[in-house]
Design a protein around this ligand. Structure first.
Ligand code: DHE
Length: 530
């Protein structure tokens, strides 16, 4: 592990931050002045001297965006259930708790750093790969397993998708987010936490193999289609990190800066583009998309590209690691979120500020169309299917009670399906004529709508647990059953018959945020995210 700065230096830093806070928030008075010292005394052991996380999560403004200050105040006072966070109401006065809350929402006196040395130092390898069994150590179909992420108490459950019985449950890093990624044979799963931790788990032997911290605030990960590389998209610091998928050792830290002017940028998301043998990366703050080829035989310069590959990319990597070649595609505005069409020739991307959806053709390397979508689509949840002989894609909207359906031939919007509220996720399967979606961002957050993919109409609305948030659906490998989450700490995984919509069984789970079927993921099923 990286050694922390000497105690005196940490204290000086803390005092400097407190002084700054005092300038910024004079109304907070003496309690605010003491906040840094209070933090050092009560919080630093778990959350890190520089608030960069440790046993507890990161406490920097970028990482607290989803927690409002009154909620943070309540957590400091009363603790957080099912975690090791204790309550401080008996130890600290309300004014001190208030001062601590204000303190963690202030930027630190010195910008947080997480460089190659810190990444390398954070890595642990728990199991010798040579000791791993050649075959699964269980009877269940290894391609019909589900990985269920339970954010309620930071665990994951491995579920037998034929019998709907849990096979194994293990602790994960806190704040797991986004889709886990599976190796091409479905044996290994890679998990990522918002605090930058990447973990590799072996499904055949049910063991955590290795972990590394690739950033302080991470967005998502992608695994190369050949299973060799993990790409990590970071907000903090402004980097894209490339890891060796075998043992999570560091291959490269790519600072993300604009081609023109060199402005730094957060990374919105990274996805693998299988047929292109490349990672596609969207940037949050600069109008560029990056394509990073991991194809050892790729030409050094792509046809139609805006800028040729960067020579620097070829430095420092042995033959074993291969060469990564960077291509930059200029777009009009930074993209927040995107999805591919099935051939991976085009990507649909959304801009958060101007609320536009653009189509960028990856072959010619430029935007080729705008899509007239209303509201902010959640393209990362988009799915596609064949409809009247043409491929369509459908997406929920984060701010509109609607599913939009787009003809992928000419990018026209051919359907606007009303729902009971804005939704987050959408799922289907090749074997079912129905698509399932939630309305979790609206007043009827306990509903799941079932849409007929042929008529583009809602044919059934389910309420798995009335009054409790229902979200995120995933099908079994054969598409016969749909698994829905009830997102409560004392929540449920509810299994439905995908044809009759009848409930088959329900399993208690601790806020099962997402579930991921191995077979559907590695076959790139058109009904799920990849
Ligand atoms: Fe997510 C996936 C971004 C908030 C739960 N979310 C993703 C992915 C991205 C993303 C880029 C794709 C990862 C992948 O598969 O590689 N999420 C964002 C945001 O920008 C947003 C709106 C704001 C933020 O805080 O980052 C956001 N996401 C949330 C939540 O608040 C959710 C509902 C609760 C949580 O646990 O954080 C949430 N996101 C999820 C889940 C997935 C996900 C469960 C996996 C979807 C899948 O099935 O693949």
């Amino acid at each position: 592990m990286r050694s922390p700065p000497p105690r005196a230096a940490r204290h000086l830093l803390a005092l400097a931050a407190a002084a700054l806070l005092g300038l910024l928030l004079p109304a907070a008075g003496a309690a605010a002045q003491d906040a840094a010292a209070l933090y050092e005394q009560h919080c630093a052991a778990c959350h890190g001297a520089e608030r960069q996380g440790g046993q507890g999560p990161v406490l920097l403004p970028e990482s607290l965006g989803r927690l409002r200050p009154p909620q943070a105040n309540a957590v400091i006072a009363r603790g957080r259930a099912a975690t090791q966070m204790p309550g401080f109401a008996d130890t600290l006065s309300p004014a001190e708790i208030e001062a601590l809350t204000r303190f963690v929402y202030q930027p630190p006196a010195t910008p947080p750093r997480w460089d190659a040395a810190a990444i390398a130092d954070s890595r642990s390898v728990m199991v010798d790969p040579a000791s791993l069994p050649a075959r699964p150590q269980f009877e269940a179909d290894p391609l019909n397993l589900f990985v269920v992420v339970e954010t309620g108490d930071h665990h994951a459950t491995i579920l037998d998708g034929d019998r709907f019985t849990p096979m194994h449950r293990f602790a994960t890093r806190p704040t797991l987010h986004g889709g886990p990624k599976f190796s091409p044979d479905g044996r290994f799963v890679f998990l990522m936490s918002r605090d930058g931790w990447v973990q590799k788990f072996d499904l055949y032997s049910m063991q955590m193999l290795a972990e590394v911290r690739a950033g302080i605030n991470s967005r998502n990960i992608a695994l190369s289609s050949d299973g060799r590389f993990v790409a990590v998209a970071n907000y903090l610091p402004n980097t894209l990190v490339l890891l060796d998928a075998r043992d999570l050792s560091l291959l490269r830290v790519m600072p993300v800066t604009a081609q023109r002017g060199g402005a730094p940028s957060r990374v919105s998301a990274v996805y693998d583009a299988r047929p292109r043998r490349s990672f596609i990366v969207a940037m949050k703050d600069i109008p560029e998309i990056w394509e990073i080829s991991y194809d050892d035989n790729a030409p050094p310069i792509y046809p139609g590209l805006v800028h040729s590959h960067e020579r620097g990319m070829e430095e420092g990597l042995g033959a074993q690691a291969g060469l990564f070649r960077l291509r930059r595609i200029a777009v009009e505005e930074p993209l927040d979120d995107f999805m591919f069409d099935p051939p991976y020739a085009n990507l649909l991307g959304s801009t958060r500020d101007s609320r536009r959806t653009v189509v960028v053709n990856l072959n010619v390397g430029r935007p080729v169309a705008n899509v007239a979508l209303d509201g902010l689509p959640h393209l990362g949840s988009g799915i596609t299917w064949m409809h009247d002989g043409r491929r369509v894609m459908a997406t929920p909207h984060l701010n509109r009670a609607q599913i939009s359906v787009i003809d992928m031939r000419d990018w026209s919007v051919i359907g606007r399906i009303p729902t009971s509220g804005p939704g987050f996720f959408m799922r289907s399967h090749e074997a079912t004529p129905y698509a399932w979606t939630d309305a979790m961002l609206g007043p009827e957050r306990d509903t799941i709508h079932i849409i007929d993919k042929r008529t583009l109409r809602v044919v059934r609305t389910l309420r798995p647990s009335p009054g409790q948030t229902a979200a995120h659906v995933e099908f079994t490998r054969d598409g016969r059953f749909a698994l829905v989450s009830v997102w409560e700490n004392e929540g449920w995984l509810v299994v439905y018959d995908a044809q009759s919509f009848a409930e088959v069984t329900r399993l208690p789970m601790r806020r099962p945020s997402g579930k991921y079927n191995v077979g559907n993921k590695i076959s790139l099923s058109e009904g799920t995210s990849h």
